[in-house]
Design a protein around this ligand. Sequence first.
Ligand SMILES: Nc1nc2c(ncn2[C@@H]2O[C@H](COP(=O)(O)OP(=O)(O)OP(=O)(O)O)[C@@H](O)[C@H]2O)c(=O)[nH]1
Ligand SMILES: [Mg+2]
Length: 319
Amino acid sequence: MTHIGPLIDAAKQRDPRAVAKLISMVEDADPALPGVMSALLGAGVQAGPAYIIGMTGAPGVGKSTTTSALIAHWRSRSLVVGVLAVDPTSPFTGGALLGDRVRMQVHATDAEVFIRSMASRGQLGGMAAATPNAVRILEAVGFGVVLVETVGVGQAEVDVAATADTTVVLLAPGMGDGVQAAKAGLLEVADVLVVNKSDRDGADDAVRELRQMVSTTSDRQPGSWRPLVVRTVATAEGGISELIEAIEAHRAWLNASGDGERRRQARAAHEIRAIALAMLSSRIGLRPDDPRLAELASDVAAGRIDAYAAAVQLVSSVS
Ligand SMILES: Nc1nc2c(ncn2[C@@H]2O[C@H](COP(=O)(O)OP(=O)(O)OP(=O)(O)O)[C@@H](O)[C@H]2O)c(=O)[nH]1
Ligand SMILES: [Mg+2]
């Protein structure tokens, strides 16, 4: 609690260690976090909103490599770039943290690029609650562009992706492609679809399949956004300028249609709700590892009581 002032001052100068420390506080759900967020508010207003880009897709599809290729573009326009690689603590990404650092190494010596892997360390509300806070911190200290990498394997990741301004969904040929993405709910959140690893067989088919899916499933209302499909070879920086064009086109549409403002408000509502639910849960003393919850869970699993009745019991036992 005592060193918050200097820490915040250093973070406002984008001192990497101070920024990293603030993000650790988010991961740990540090009790001083509300104070940090309120101290950063003025800075955030001054800095203005960051442009938030979600990068999501199956493990190993090339999210980090593509992100690294994208960073160079915004750096060339003198924007400071933040990257959060969100580890949903899934077994898939257990070994990915070191890999991210290697893949983004070209930017490691650039003081205006901040790259950080994040874990939720069991905090209530998980990544869905933690990620927006971390993004807010980067935004407040002046990162103009924030890329958030999530592994698109479940609803939580889809939720995280949905809080971005522009969501880029990456696929690779031969991984089941469009159907896989549709099943995972990723097509619905995609503003831009990328077929990465297009140096491999099947890229043309994947692009065709996705374009087909987009044209049959997306909103036909005039003025609505239809996801763009781009082909890349991230390792050779192939297609990266097309990807940037697609992202910029979506950004222009966000501004012109007013959808950007709507998304920002939806994002804020999502954040407030996540924080409020976490507060309520902790006020009534409910933790994810609560033994009463475990006991009720075994009753529900065994069919002794239904989940609604269990929830009622749980709430009445803690309040
Ligand atoms: N052939 C080929 N390989 C690629 C391409 N893009 C990335 N790779 C390779 O694919 C592997 C995974 O790349 P990453 O960028 O780490 O993928 P990721 O989606 O971030 O992976 P996770 O964070 O573990 O989910 C690496 O070995 C990359 O070199 C590409 O366009 N073509
Ligand atoms: Mg990665």
